[in-house]
Ligand binder design. Structure first.
Ligand SMILES: C[S@@+](CC[C@H](N)C(=O)[O-])C[C@H]1O[C@@H](n2cnc3c(N)ncnc32)[C@H](O)[C@@H]1O
Length: 205
């Protein structure tokens, strides 16, 4: 699994690397642009929302929301990703912090219309995901939503089929979302498949 130094090294090439996999419609980034596009549209249905991005990377999604007037907060552990994202969003409140240890303290001082996490939370175990989602849900405004876009499947069988098709490309160190299983902890969770290996999980407060 990549640590923050690994993500630093990936940062400068990240947008291009993701684009190639998406265009080729292959695991792991098939549907990446559509996932981000749909989350972008959902967020902009609200007027001037406050948005927290967990693992914002180079700011691919949040920089677009920033340009449209959203108040942007974020947490990522890679100094290079933060540097690249800050260049695109100088007024955003971007913090360095490892989300396996939860949110950094200043991010608790705010409540959010949307908390988004794209292609980042698969670094957590399923138990860590559930605990972190509970923490994040408490940081939402009354009508707020958590929107997770990632490699994700409705069922374990679908994940297994994708793993077989991906062969050696499959990353055993990443722990992908299985919506049916996460619904045991969050029965109100909804899942929208977007591609053969990607989808959006939505959780309301
Ligand atoms: C694959 S990139 C996704 C970036 C962006 N959200 C996107 O959709 O393009 C994963 C991001 O999560 C960050 N990340 C991974 N594990 C993390 C952790 N434990 N704590 C904080 N950030 C983490 C990485 O530094 C990287 O910027």
């Amino acid at each position: 699994m990549l640590d923050k130094t690994g993500f630093d090294l990936w940062a400068d090439d990240y947008d291009k690397a993701v684009g190639v996999s998406d265009v080729e419609n292959t695991y792991p980034f098939a549907g990446y642009k559509e996932v981000l596009g749909r989350i972008f549209q959902t967020v902009l249905e609200k007027q001037n929302p406050t948005v927290l991005d967990i693992g914002f990377g180079t700011g691919t999604l949040t920089a677009k929301l920033y340009e449209r007037g959203c108040a942007i907060y974020g947490q990522d552990f890679s100094p290079r990703m933060i540097e690249l994202a800050s260049g695109k969003m100088p007024e955003a409140q971007l913090y360095q912090g490892d989300f396996t240890r939860g949110l950094v303290e200043p991010l608790y001082h705010q409540s959010y219309d949307f908390i988004v996490a794209t292609y980042s939370l698969h670094h957590l175990t399923d138990e860590q995901k559930a605990a972190f989602l509970r923490t994040l849900r408490d940081c939402l405004k009354e009508d707020g939503q958590i929107l997770i876009g990632d490699v994700a499947f409705e069922t374990r069988e679908e994940l297994d089929r994708c793993r077989e098709a991906a062969g050696d490309e499959w990353d055993d160190e990443e722990i992908y979302f299985v919506a049916d299983e996460l619904k045991r902890a969050f029965p109100e969770l909804s899942f929208t498949p977007v591609s053969c290996c990607a989808g959006i999980l939505t959780l309301h407060r």
